[in-house]
Design a protein around this ligand. Structure first.
Ligand SMILES: *Cc1c(COP(=O)(O)O)cnc(C)c1O
Length: 350
């Protein structure tokens, strides 16, 4: 396949000379660091935060590499997945000239980030069963189409996208296919990270914000070829992942057993929630979910939403979103939270 990364990049990025930090310029052993204008006395905290953090987060990547089975050189860490999404636009899309393809209903940040970067969005809705419309995508794209975003399992529908369809895109599209796997830990599908050696135009996004329970620390992951990762590293702010996040993530990654237990429990709770909702005659459809939330089509979604808010329970009203007519998106909570939710929904429809 003729994939040409250099040709795909924006001209200004192709020619970019990246910022060279003090930590980039000196790499040896030393005991006196007077090169970065830091406060040599320390920081007014129990931990030492007076030194700039490792710009390339070697320790965190090393540990993630053993968990994910992806070499560190194929890994980029961002201030949330949001930073990786923004960098994709800045690397590949020339404002007012290039375009991207989005497949609604899907995650809202892809469009917001396009708008911030002044990049045209071409929308090709998913099919009625929330799968890719490959013919529609083929018709919508042209030589200025740089990115296609596919979220699998998809937010807000919860289902996985057929991996064979994603492969069809990867084989036939000359731009970058971004597969957002924010919910992969809950899915039966295999991660696309295993397909990286096969596809030079693949970027996989993951995050520690969902199954790992670290949304507040803001750590997003992007996996891609070494060449694409080098471009990302050139564009990112030098110290994009702060020291506190690097320290806490290193510690958290040791606790994968509790995380795996939560994943099993979440899936079990999800199935309970589905069967209880399914028993209500006012529930019209529940999309089979591979994630930690479910999309439910039911009667009077807005009134139910307001009723639940009144009871102190917040779900997401998606009833005005394309192909989500009448739908609420409900995150799976603890057993107790789910029981409260079901009781209130039964109360509302009584
Ligand atoms: C929650 C979510 C993310 C996570 O974003 P972060 O910035 O890493 O917290 C990414 N993609 C999708 C589809 C999501 O639902």
């Amino acid at each position: 396949m003729s994939f040409n990364l250099t040709a795909l990049l924006r001209e200004n990025i192709r020619n970019l000379v990246p910022y060279s930090s003090a930590r980039d310029e000196f790499k040896g052993e030393a005991s006196v660091f007077l090169d970065a204008n830091e406060n040599a006395f320390g920081s007014p905290l129990p931990h030492d935060y007076n030194r700039y953090p490792d710009p390339l987060q070697h320790q965190v990547k090393h540990k993630l590499s053993s968990i994910k089975g992806v070499p560190a050189e194929n890994m980029f860490l961002g201030n949330g997945s949001d930073e990786a999404i923004d960098i994709l636009y800045r690397a590949f899309c020339t404002p007012k000239i290039d375009n991207v393809i989005l497949v609604p209903p899907t995650y809202g940040m892809y469009e917001v980030s396009a708008n911030i970067n002044d990049v045209e969005v071409r929308k090709v809705n998913l099919t009625a069963d929330y799968q890719l419309d490959l013919d529609g995508i083929a018709e919508a794209l042209d030589t200025h189409t740089k990115l296609i975003f596919v979220c699998s399992p998809n937010n807000p529908t919860g289902n996985s996208i057929n991996p064979l369809d994603i492969e069809t895109l990867l084989v036939n599209f000359k731009g970058i296919v971004v597969v957002d796997e924010a919910y992969i830990n809950y899915s039966k599908q295999k991660s696309f990270t295993y397909s990286l050696p096969e596809f030079p135009n693949l970027v996989v996004l993951q995050t520690l914000s969902k199954a790992w329970g670290l949304a507040a620390l803001r750590l997003g992951l992007a996996f891609a070829s070494k060449e694409i990762i080098e471009v990302f590293n050139k564009i990112k702010p030098p110290y994009n992942i702060n020291q506190a996040t690097q320290d806490l993530v290193l510690e958290a990654l040791n606790n994968y057993e509790v995380v795996n237990e939560w994943i099993r429990e979440t899936i079990k709770e999800r199935e309970t929630l589905v069967s209880q909702l399914d028993a209500l005659q006012q529930v019209e459809k529940i999309t089979p979910s591979d994630a930690n939330f479910i999309l439910v089509k039911l009667q009077d979604p807005r009134s139910l939403y307001d009723f639940l808010v009144d009871k102190g329970i917040i779900v997401r009203d998606r009833s005005k979103v394309a192909l989500c007519d009448g739908c609420l998106r409900i995150t799976v909570g603890t057993k107790l939270e789910n029981e409260r939710l079901i009781n209130e929904i039964q109360e509302f429809y009584k």
